[in-house]
Design a protein around this ligand. Structure first.
Ligand code: SAM
Length: 269
């Protein structure tokens, strides 16, 4: 009989993987190596946890659902060294968790908060070697899409500015219990070294990208008018009549860095 007696909680995005093929493919993609610090977000009933623990011998997991903690601990007994952090992942300081080293992240993420989780973990991208996440397929498509694509937007630019995004494979709803209403996909994210990112002012970059895609149909000049003038856009080497969806990630970085180099309108001389 299963140790997990509680029914899956919709509010926590609980869709538990049961398909052996999908589980094996994820473990193979992660391919943990001796000495690495592996961290799983949302271990649930241990579908990925136990195979990863068996392969790697040690694993840290972050789980918010109190009902899963004891059964998970029992399930891992004799398999390996499982450290459970019972906490909301959005409150975990990944820089602190990594300590002096760097961590590798893996997780079949709760889809209802997958974008906030992505933005949260990327605040500490210098502490992360790589990430393997199961997400809604539609979200993975947005993350990986190139300029000019219908789904290229804020998520594509914000993610691609700091990571290499590599979609790996799709997973159908039937691989989960209960099945989600959407298709899923596994993606690998490889944070870029700080020197390659080159964003002078991350908050300004974020605001610019948000405004640029706030109203997709507007020209760049109109969409970002709260932050820059047509002259600024030209000075950064871009066309004011372009639309955000046509701009490469490097062009957003160029415009944000140009603005970061100018005195703020409210700055005292
Ligand atoms: N890894 C398991 C699997 O593949 O079967 C479970 C995946 S399930 C889609 C998502 C997991 O994330 C659940 O165990 C859920 O309780 C957990 N979770 C949801 N919100 C969370 C949060 N804010 N912090 C940490 N874990 C959370």
């Amino acid at each position: 009989m299963s140790r997990f007696n509680e029914p899956p909680k919709k509010s926590l995005g609980q869709h538990f993987l049961h398909d052996r093929g999908a589980i094996d493919k994820i473990v193979l993609a992660v391919n943990p190596q001796p000495g690495e610090h592996l961290v799983e977000i949302g271990p649930g009933q241990g579908a990925l946890t136990i195979p990863l623990l068996r392969k790697h011998g040690a694993l840290t997991v972050i789980e918010f659902d109190r009902d899963l903690i004891t059964p998970l601990m029992e399930l891992a007994e004799g398999v390996g060294d499982l450290a459970i952090i019972h906490k909301d992942v959005l409150k975990v300081d990944f820089g602190k968790l990594a300590g002096e080293g760097r961590i590798r992240l893996v997780g079949n993420l709760p889809y209802n908060i997958s974008t906030p989780i992505l933005f949260h973990v990327l605040e500490h991208s210098e502490a992360i070697v790589d990430m393997h996440f199961m997400l809604q397929k539609e979200v993975v498509e947005r993350m990986a899409s190139p300029p000019g694509s219908k789904v290229y937007g804020r998520l594509s630019v914000m993610l691609q500015a700091v990571c290499k995004v590599v979609p790996l494979f799709d997973v159908p709803p039937g691989a989960f219990r209960p099945p989600p209403k959407v298709d899923s996909a596994v993606v690998r994210l490889l944070p870029k070294p700080a020197a390659d990112i080159g964003i002078a002012d991350p908050a300004l970059f974020e605001n610019l990208v948000r405004d640029a895609f706030g109203q997709r149909r507007k020209t760049l000049r109109n969409a970002v008018q709260a932050l820059c003038t047509s002259e600024d856009i030209v000075a950064a080497g871009l066309r004011p009549d372009a639309r955000a969806e046509q701009l490469a990630v490097a062009e957003f970085v160029a415009l944000a860095n140009h603005m970061a180099g100018l005195p703020r309108p409210d700055a005292k001389p």
